[in-house]
Design a protein around this ligand. Structure first.
Ligand code: NAI
Length: 453
C-alpha cells in the first residue's frame, strides 16, 4: 500500500507527527518495534514522574513537622508505587493508541527498515511486508550510551548494572545503589531511590552535577540532595565494573564503591543503526541524522524528528519537531526555535531553565548582565518552603534589554518555565515584561521581581 507519510518510531515525535498528518488528511502508517509511546511514555518521562510524585508525598509527610503536620509510622510501598506507575503508563499509552486509531493511522507493531526508493516513494520492509511512503519521517529515538568500560558488559548481563529502563521497574529497593553519571537521569533516579531508603552514591566525571545547568543552581541542587543523604563523588571517572562494586579514578587514585546495584546513566545516543538509511543516502553526523531547523534531511521528502537527530533530545522538542516536519511536508513554512527550549530536572526542589546561562552567554562573548534573586521574594515560596534556598536568575542582553535566559531552582519551576520560554523566545523587552501583571501570591512572582533588580 502507498501512504502519503510513513513514520518510523512511535514515541512523542512519531505519534504526534502521525496525528498531525492524519488530522491534515494524509494517509499515514506508523511503525513501532517496542511500545507505542516510546521511551517517554513507557520507560522515561512519565514513569519517572509517577515515581517521583510518590517520593515527594512521602518526603512531605516525613517532614510535615516543620509545617505543623505530625504523622506517625509513615511508610512507602515501592511495589505499590511501581504498580501505580504501570497503571499510569497503560492509561496514557492506551489513549495515544486510541487517538491514532480514531484518526485512521495504520499502526504496524514491528521493526521497520528502509530498503530504497522507487517512483512511488520510499520503500519500507516490516514483518516481511512491503510498504511505500511518499514522504518519510524517521523518529526512531535514542538508546543509553554503554561505553566499553571494563566489566560493564558482564555487569549488564548479570543484572548487577542496569539502565534507566530497568531502574523504573525493579521489584525490590536495593539497600545500596551506585549511580554512574550525575546528569538528568542519574539525579532523578537518585532522588527516588534515596527517598525509598537506598543508600545512594552518585559518581560524576565533571566537577559539578547536572551538566549544562547554571553553576550556582547546580551547587544549590547538590546541597539539597546531599542534605537528603545522597553521597556525591565528583571529578570521578568510573573505569571498572566488577562483582559487588565499581572502581573510579580521582586525581590518579583508584577508589572502590561497593553496592547492590549500579545504574549506568552517562548519556543517550540516537538510535539510527539498522534503519537502512544508507539505501536512500541520508547524511549523518555520527549516530545522529543531520537535519536543518525545518527537520529536513539532505534527501527531499525525508524528515527526522526527536532524539534521532541528536539536536536537543527532549520529549517536548520532539513534539515541536514533529509539528514542524509535518508543516513543511504540507508545504508550510515552519522552523524550530532551538534557542528557547526549556529544560527541567524533576528533583525536589525542581530545576528549570531556558536560553543562555550566565556561563554559556559569557563563553559566547555576549554583552550581558545577570540579575539573581532569592526565591524568598515570593510570599508563596516562603509559605511552602521552610528553609528553602531557591534562586531565580535572569540573563539580560545589554544591547536590547531583552532576556537571553531564565533559570530557576524551586518547586513549580517545571510549570513556570513556559512563561520564561515565551519571554526569551519572543524577545519581549524587560520594560514590557515589567508592565505584566502576575498572579499573587505565586512562586513565578520571583521572576517579575527579578526584572526590577
Ligand atoms: P546526561 O548527559 O544528562 O548526563 C550524563 C553524565 O554522565 C554527564 O554529566 C557525564 O559527565 C557523566 N559521565 C559520563 N561518563 C562517565 C564516567 N565514566 N564516570 C562518571 N561519570 C560519567 O545523560 P543522562 O542523564 O543519561 O540523560 C540522557 C538524556 O535523557 C539527556 O539527553 C536528557 O536530556 C534526557 N532526559 C531528560 C529528562 C528531563 O527532561 N527531565 C529526564 C531524563 C532524561
Amino acid at each position: 500500500m502507498i501512504y502519503d507519510l510513513a513514520v518510523i518510531g512511535g514515541g512523542p515525535a512519531g505519534y504526534l507527527a502521525a496525528e498531525r498528518a492524519a488530522q491534515a488528511g494524509l494517509k499515514v502508517v506508523l511503525f513501532e518495534q517496542r511500545n507505542v509511546g516510546g521511551v517517554c511514555l513507557n520507560e522515561g518521562c512519565i514513569p519517572t514522574k509517577t515515581l517521583l510524585y510518590s517520593a515527594k508525598l512521602f518526603d512531605g509527610a516525613r517532614n510535615g513537622g516543620k509545617y505543623g503536620v505530625h504523622t506517625q509510622d509513615i511508610t512507602i510501598d515501592h511495589t505499590a508505587v511501581i504498580a501505580r506507575k504501570d497503571k499510569v503508563v497503560r492509561m496514557l499509552v492506551g489513549s495515544v493508541k486510541s487517538t491514532l486509531t480514531a484518526l485512521g493511522v495504520d499502526m504496524v507493531l514491528a521493526q521497520a527498515r528502509v530498503t530504497g526508493r522507487s517512483d512511488d516513494g520510499f520503500s519500507i520492509l516490516a514483518k516481511d511486508e512491503a510498504y511505500v511512503g511518499k514522504s518519510l519521517l524517521i523518529a526512531a529515538g535514542s538508546e543509553p550510551v554503554l561505553p566499553p568500560i571494563y566489566g560493564l558488559k558482564e555487569a549488564l548481563a548479570s543484572g548487577f548494572a542496569i539502565t534507566s529502563r530497568e531502574a523504573l521497574s525493579i521489584k525490590t529497593v536495593p539497600a545500596s545503589i551506585a549511580i554512574i553519571g550525575g546528569g538528568v537521569i542519574g539525579l532523578e533516579i537518585a532522588s527516588y531511590y534515596r527517598s525509598v531508603g537506598s543508600s545512594v552514591t552518585v559518581i560524576e566525571m565533571l566537577d559539578h552535577i547536572a551538566g549544562p545547568v547554571d553553576c550556582e543552581i547546580s551547587a544549590i541542587l547538590q546541597k539539597n540532595l546531599s542534605r537528603k543523604g545522597i553521597d556525591f563523588r565528583l571529578g570521578s571517572k568510573v573505569t571498572e565494573f566488577r562483582d559487588g562494586g565499581v572502581t573510579y579514578q580521582k586525581n590518579g587514585n583508584d577508589i572502590d564503591v561497593f553496592c547492590d546495584q549500579v545504574l549506568v546513566s552517562i548519556g543517550r545516543r540516537p538510535s539510527s543503526q539498522g534503519l537502512g538509511l544508507e539505501t536512500i543516502g541520508v547524511e549523518m553526523d555520527g549516530a545522529a541524522i543531520r537535519t536543518d531547523d525545518r527537520c529536513r534531511t539532505n534527501v527531499p521528502g525525508v524528515y527526522a524528528a526527536g532524539d534521532v537527530n541528536g539536536r536537543s533530545m527532549l520529549a517536548h522538542t520532539a513534539y515541536r519537531e514533529a509539528e514542524v516536519a509535518v508543516a513543511n511536508l504540507l508545504g508550510q513554512d515552519d522552523k524550530v526555535d532551538y534557542r528557547s527550549i526549556p529544560a527541567v530536572i524533576y528533583t525536589n526542589p525542581e530545576v528549570a531553565g531556558v536560553g543562555e546561562t550566565e556561563q554559556s552567554a559569557r563563553e559566547k562573548g555576549l554583552d550581558c548582565s545577570v540579575r539573581t534573586l532569592s526565591m524568598r521574594y515570593s510570599g508563596r515560596y516562603v509559605a511552602e518552603n521552610e528553609g528553602g534556598d531557591g534562586i531565580c536568575k535572569l540573563v539580560v542582553n545589554n544591547s536590547d534589554d531583552t532576556l537571553l535566559g531564565v533559570h530557576l531552582i524551586a518547586n513549580y519551576a517545571s510549570e513556570i518555565i513556559y512563561a520564561a520560554t515565551l519571554m526569551v523566545g519572543r524577545k519581549l523587552s524587560i520594560a514590557e515584561l515589567q508592565k505584566t501583571v502576575f498572579p499573587h501570591p505565586t512562586v513565578v512572582e520571583a521572576i517579575r521581581e527579578a526584572l526590577f533588580v
